[in-house]
Write a protein that binds this ligand. Sequence first.
Ligand SMILES: [Zn+2]
Length: 480
Amino acid sequence: MYLYNSATHKKEEFRTHTPGHVEMYTCGPTVYHFAHIGNLRSYIMEDVLEKYLRYTGYDVNRVMNITDVGHLSSDADTGEDKMVKGAKREHKSVLEIAQYYTDAFFEDCRKLNIKRPDVVQPATGCIDEYIKIVSALLEKGYAYSAGGNVYFDSSKLSRYYVFNDHDEEDLAVGVREGVEEDTNKRNKNDFVLWFTKSKFEDQALKWDSPWGVGYPGWHIECSGISMKYNGEYLDLHCGGVDNAFPHHTNEIAQSESYLGHPWCAQWFHVHHLNTSGGKMSKSKGEFLTVSLLEEKGYDPLAYRYFCLQSHYRKALVFSYENLDNAVAAYQKLISRIAALVPGDGEVDTAVFEAYRTKFNQQMGNDLNTSMGVTSIFDVLKAQTNDATKLALIGDFDAVLSLGLLEKAAAKRTAEKTPAKTTGGYTVTGEGDSAIDALVFQRYEAKKAKNFGEADRIREELRAQGIEITDTKDGASWARA
Ligand SMILES: [Zn+2]
């Protein structure tokens, strides 16, 4: 596979420290609020990357942190603590907020067919790791104490800016958002490794350390967690492009100074999801979440399809019009797959291998997901039987995860049974009026904005092996 490496600024052949095995790390969410769909774009593309690596035969160990401490409003360690801010907003404890939004994040991931990483580690669970690294950095002369905090001394490095091909805009984000100057810092790029309570009296979570009671900086958690679960040599580090500076830059600085050798070989950065007003954020414009899209009647997998249609290294513009276009294309694709007849002939191995090779080449060319999606349309047009087409689509969807075969199967079943329409809402299913009634109840709950009840009904049906798919004028259901 060829993958663009932000650290070397070029497309390179993907290699790993141990042949056949990938140690992969992903910066996880800061769990003080819901993730917006721009954050989730990164997780979708990283999920495709992980699945593609597995598809090509790699054994992958993927690790993700959950930031539940230490992330301030500015990535450059200034401003209010995000978790404390979230807790105050909702009159809950920091731990309650962390648990609630961690669960919400993984629920969004489930809806988007994003696989859970092999290891998920909340930052508060690895304090000893950070203390070990910070102590060694102080001992080696890469860190200093000032005003009660411990800082990394960026002047000790011959090269600090690693990702200097990023926009000035990206480089400036952390600095620009800073609301105060930290006068303890010796150099502009120095960053906090360990805060003491001298900084935030109201910090809820704090631990004993050789430098006083306090808590870790945001950057140190990713180095600590990765070294604990991925080992000293990381093959692939992923994140959104706005993490490149200062977060990833600081991770490299502290990790390599601590280890005394190169740390991570390949860096994968997913670009922004923009709105017409600029970069998406939680604080300006409509707060776009997966739940909001669902409330508006969108299938979360149609959003995944929308993301896959564009390359991860290009900014993607979100608008409802663009999403509607993706929905139409996605539904058309499912209809065409539903028109194929399962069990029609034997899989033609030669055709299968030829198309698989082509798909592999597209995806192996810097994860070209839009060409990957096009490969499905090529299969639909191929001169071969339906069994081969369905086998190929299932094979590609192991990477793309668009739920294609499941949705096509549900559509086929639904088309065989008459629809029931109540108040303009049409339920199609397998001819079981009790289930139809529950699907209709879910619609009523959604209409009354009782989303908890709507989700409960969906779960109740799921427990019976029944999957609901929202359609243009209602819903269809099918037994898995
Ligand atoms: Zn990180």
